[in-house]
Design a protein around this ligand. Structure first.
Ligand code: PMV
Length: 332
């Protein structure tokens, strides 16, 4: 691994799906059962620097928020780096140092892996000398974490399910709304069941899963039409139905995957109450107990103030639409 250290730095934001990705038809390539739709958020970045500098002299070194990654976290990054090395024609001996800083709590169902693997894909591919276009980068990010394929782009993004590695990628889609999310974080500790395991269990054992997959295609079409037409009410309603339907499939798995906590249910009820009182708010949830509330920028502050008042123990933050992947120019 002698020679010039090849280095690159990239940043990516988290994204929250309005029409969810839940289940893989190919576990190695991360090909999803369904196409999905998400909003990339602002102020949720992960910034990652990759240097093919020989790592610690023996193997890759991965440092996340100042701590050296071990176990599964290390293995996932290491496997991803090996994929990049293989594509770039670098040997396994060309170990890398990866340093990542994330402002999103890790593995808490707050989309840390989406931002993390999108940033890693950007930094690692550039450091390895691969010159990927946005679609190629989305495909590569997908191999780290499915949802990362969407964080390559800003704003509203559709991930086309595709049928193979080449056809499964994300791309931006038109949106006439100024969307915002109020993130109600009830518990930012790591989740008890990983999304990988929860998806596998749901696909194998939940009798409700096929029905959710079938509904998903129609729901995606409806969500895309609503976003393009600027119909927040229709978009919110279909997003909420899709997310709660996804959780219904998990609850019906054996053994069940129940990410909901008492606070989760309380927030869901209050969102419905606020909506009845005239505020345009709809809930969505991922692989964790936290609730993200879809609204538009005109109503986000009011929604956040109401939810913050009702749930003083929660951390309530407003996020708007954010941008896709960015690179730091070397030497700047
Ligand atoms: O990218 P993964 O493997 O962490 O899966 C994420 C799945 C959900 O967040 C629950 C849904 C989604 O579409 O992001």
């Amino acid at each position: 691994a002698a020679g010039r250290a090849r280095t690159a730095t990239a940043s990516a934001n988290a994204n929250i799906a309005l029409i969810k990705y839940w289940g893989k038809t190919d576990a190695r390539l991360h090909l999803p059962t369904t196409s999905s739709l998400s909003l990339t958020l602002d102020e949720t970045w992960t910034t990652t620097t990759v240097s093919f500098d020989g790592g610690d002299g023996v193997q890759d070194v991965v440092t996340i928020n100042g701590l050296r990654a071990q176990g599964t976290a290390f293995e996932r990054v290491h496997r991803f780096l090996s994929l990049v090395r293989e594509r770039a024609g670098l040997g396994e001996a060309e170990a890398a140092s990866v340093t990542s800083t994330s402002m999103v709590p890790l593995a808490a169902g707050l989309a840390s892996s989406a931002a993390g693997f999108a940033a890693l894909a950007g930094a690692a591919s550039r450091a390895a000398g691969l010159d990927l276009d946005a679609r190629g980068l989305s495909r590569l990010a997908r191999r780290g974490s499915g949802s990362a394929s969407r964080s390559v782009f800003g704003g509203l993004v559709r991930w086309n399910r595709g049928t193979d590695d080449e056809t499964s990628y994300a791309e931006p889609v038109p949106c006439a709304l100024d969307l915002a999310m109020v993130v109600v974080a009830l518990d930012t500790g790591p989740k008890a069941v990983s999304s990988t395991e929860a998806m596998r269990r749901t696909m194998r054992t939940s009798p409700l899963y096929p029905a959710w997959v079938e509904a998903s295609a129609t729901e995606l079409a409806e969500a895309l039409a609503a976003a393009e037409a600027g119909d927040l009410e229709r978009l919110g309603a279909v997003a909420e139905a899709n997310a709660l339907g996804m959780h219904a499939t998990m609850v019906a798995a054996r053994p069940p995957v129940l990410y909901w906590r008492p606070g989760t249910v309380a927030v869901l009820h209050e969102v419905a109450t606020l909506r009845q009182a005239g505020l345009p708010v709809w809930a969505t949830m991922d692989a964790g107990p936290n609730v993200k509330v879809l609204t538009d920028t005109a109503h986000a502050a009011e929604a956040a103030a109401a939810l913050g008042g009702l749930f003083p123990e929660a951390s309530v933050t407003v996020r708007r639409g954010g941008e896709g992947i960015r690179y730091e120019q070397p030497g700047s």
